[in-house]
Design a protein around this ligand. Structure first.
Ligand code: PLP
Length: 338
């Protein structure tokens, strides 16, 4: 299968490869080898730039593209505790660009902590907009403002989920292939947290391009919408085109695991919080309540309900989100006492 990841402009930001780590204490806590599959954690929380996470891989390609186009300002959007917005602010610093972050918030003066504190330290220009508004339109208004001042803006969609962003995530699968071969492991499933779907597009496309053995379990962290589903598919297929691959996906390739995000995006669940504590106490790995805690709670549930056998191997992608735990300090510290 032909493809060429290196024909895309790429601005180095990440510390790669990230480790693939055996979670044997977690496995022990979940019943040991008699009950629980072998669990390997791909540490994409350790991509390096400004507390890492999955967005750093996407931003290597996005910033590469922005620089080729002569941009001087990155504009993006997300929630107040957006990991993607923080990673974009960090990428802008390293690439010598300005960052303007359009952050959705119910509160026009939210507490400066977690990712928002990092945005401030990184000197990003933060603009708050009301929740559930049209953030794409708000970014266009900001882009017009930059152009009117003689600048050249580069607008990055929410989550960095564009064809080049997804192509950036192909590097994860390439590393995983090499690491699994070195361990002699052939996982039956791969779990990760799925939000704006660029990561999913990259993972699903990567699995096809690199002929990976596993089934893919993208655990939804928010309510699925038909337009997001359609977008995931076009992102994946445009990413394939970008790297010169003739692989094409259909919507069945992009199925998701529903039922683990609770009430809504960024509203914690008891099971997600329990996963945050369990990983801290077994592996000294920090998950977050919005993404990785919820996706880990799906994996734990699938193990506990016998959907996965002890002879299997699973990969869990730790997509990052670590700074957000500080925005949940009160609740998590109460839970930690119990
Ligand atoms: C953004 C994010 C995800 C989801 O990635 P998408 O490409 O938006 O689906 C998962 N985990 C963490 C920690 C994130 O910040």
């Amino acid at each position: 299968m032909s493809f060429d990841l290196y024909r895309l402009p790429r601005f180095p930001l990440a510390n790669l490869p990230t480790p693939l780590q055996e979670a044997s204490r977690l496995r022990e806590a979940l019943g040991g080898p008699a009950k629980c599959p072998r669990i390997l954690i791909k540490r994409d929380d350790l991509t390096g730039l400004a507390f890492g996470g999955n967005k750093v891989r996407k931003l290597e390609m996005l910033v590469g593209d922005a620089l080729v186009r002569g941009a001087d300002t990155l504009i993006t959007t997300g929630a107040v505790q957006s990991n993607h917005a923080r990673a974009t602010a960090a990428a802008a610093v390293v690439a010598g660009l300005r960052a303007i972050l359009v952050l959705e918030s119910a509160d026009m003066c939210p507490p400066v902590q977690g990712n928002l504190l990092l945005d401030r330290l990184l000197q990003a220009d933060v603009r708050f907009v009301p929740k559930d508004g049209d953030t794409a339109k708000a970014m266009e208004t900001v882009a017009d403002e930059v152009r009117a001042a003689g600048g050249n803006p580069y607008v990055i969609p929410i989550g960095g989920s564009s064809p080049s962003g997804a192509a950036g995530y192909l590097t994860m699968t390439l590393e995983l292939k090499v690491q699994l071969a070195a361990m002699g492991a052939s996982p039956s499933r791969l779990y990760f947290a799925s939000g704006s779907r660029g990561t999913q597009a990259g993972i699903v496309l990567g699995a096809r391009v690199f002929d990976m053995p596993y089934e893919i379990y993208g655990v939804l962290v928010s309510k699925s919408r038909p337009e997001t589903e359609a977008r995931a598919l076009s992102i994946a297929n445009e990413a394939a085109e970008l790297v010169g691959s003739d692989v094409r996906l259909n919507s069945a390739d992009l199925a998701n695991v529903d039922g683990y995000f609770g009430e809504a995006y960024a509203i914690p669940t008891p099971e997600g919080d329990a996963a945050v504590l369990l990983l801290a106490r077994t592996e000294a790995i920090f998950l977050d309540p919005t993404y990785t805690g919820k996706s880990m709670s799906a994996l734990i549930d699938h193990i506990q309900t016998g959907q996965l056998g002890p002879d299997e191997t699973v990969v869990f992608i730790h997509t990052g989100g670590t700074p957000a735990i500080f925005a949940h300090a009160d609740r998590l510290s109460e839970l930690a006492k119990a």
